[in-house]
Design a protein around this ligand. Structure first.
Ligand SMILES: O=C(O)CCC(=O)C(=O)O
Ligand SMILES: [Fe+2]
Length: 335
């Protein structure tokens, strides 16, 4: 049995199969407990092959190594909610639940700009938003690989992840599937460039400020650089390292699911810091790549508090909300 290198639980999907066995029930219960207690877990035996993940990292490195003019031909549109294509360094500034225009301006011009570039891919068959691709002649083969990777992550979501969570919450196995029929997810390639270690130490540059994710849940693939940290459930404000572990997929839930569950499930703060100075690095912090896959509900669905998450001792805290409106509000605050 794999030992977790941090205090995150590990959920093993090896015996999940079609979700009907006692073992599948236990997997669901473990996933539910992880979402309730910390909001993060390492997942193993997801069926997403490690070679496929490694290949996606290779493509990501090739993409970000392209000249800036080539990447800018696929630039992210100015509107935050049109979340596709390439964002150059400084384009996105993560903020945490700030929606006031003046306050957002102050954060963007602030002292700790996120030093990263990203490329966002949505569902290739989406009815509401088209992908913005790097031109095929500039990166032949990338589009097909990214679409396949997107689909393999989606396959895990619908065949195991969402059914397991539903089972763990004593809901019908297809409960969450009924709200996630459109596969309006987002695959994000992230590159944190190398920089002199001193600029991270002085705070002139940062990687990703502390934030929660917005949607239903996130699958996260990291390279071997490290730097991801998660807020400790037992002592909030203390961040604990969540190092990469080969052959695992890191999982966390987002604010939308937390709200849907009347705060029964936790969407936990996390951030990315540059790793501590190492003598062997000669004063330069090496680059880092990561690949989050954000799972979101269908934009036209309206959610009510989840069955089992409210009652006489636990009144409903939130109004019902439309998934699309919720996501647009959160995206417009960060771009
Ligand atoms: O780069 C990472 O490891 C995490 C990125 C992240 O938290 C995000 O994009 O929401
Ligand atoms: Fe995140």
């Amino acid at each position: 049995m794999l030992q977790s290198p941090s205090c995150l639980p590990i959920v093993d999907f090896v015996k999940f199969e079609d979700g009907t066995s006692q073992e599948a029930r236990e997997i669901g219960q473990q996933l539910f407990a992880a979402c309730r207690d910390i909001g993060f877990a390492y997942l193993i035996n997801t069926g997403i092959p490690q070679e496929l993940v490694d290949g996606m990292f290779d493509w990501s490195a090739k993409l970000f190594a392209l000249p800036i003019d080539t990447k800018m031909k696929a630039a992210h549109p100015p509107e935050g909610w049109k979340d596709r294509g390439y964002s150059s360094i400084g384009r996105e500034q993560v903020s945490q639940m700030v929606f006031d225009t003046e306050e957002l301006k102050a954060i963007r011009s602030g002292k700790f700009p996120d030093f990263k570039e990203s490329f966002e891919v949505g569902n290739e068959l989406s009815k509401c938003m088209q992908n913005i691709w790097i031109q095929e002649e500039d990166l032949p083969g990338f589009r097909a690989y990214a679409v396949n990777f997107y689909n393999i992550c989606h396959e895990f979501q619908v065949s195991k992840l969402l059914p397991a969570l539903a089972i763990g919450m004593d809901l019908p196995q297809d409960f969450f599937l009924n709200y996630h029929k459109d596969a309006e997810n987002k695959l994000r390639l992230l590159h944190y460039p190398a920089a002199p270690t001193s600029v991270f130490e002085s705070g002139e540059k940062g990687r990703v400020a502390a934030h929660t994710d917005f949607g239903t849940a996130t699958l996260l693939f990291q390279d071997d650089c490290g730097g991801l940290e998660v807020d400790s459930p037992s002592s909030p404000g203390e961040f604990m390292p969540v190092p990469p572990v080969p052959d695992t997929v890191l999982f966390n839930i987002g604010d939308f699911l937390m709200r849907w569950s009347n705060d029964t499930l936790k969407s936990t703060l996390h951030r990315v810091r540059a790793p501590p100075r190492k003598e062997s690095d000669n004063g330069v912090t090496k680059e880092r790549f990561s690949i989050p896959y954000f799972i979101s509900a269908d934009r036209d669905k309206t959610i009510e508090c989840l069955p089992g998450c409210f009652g006489p001792d636990k009144p409903k805290k939130y109004e019902s909300i439309n998934a699309g409106e919720y996501m647009n509000m959160r995206l417009n605050a960060i771009y």
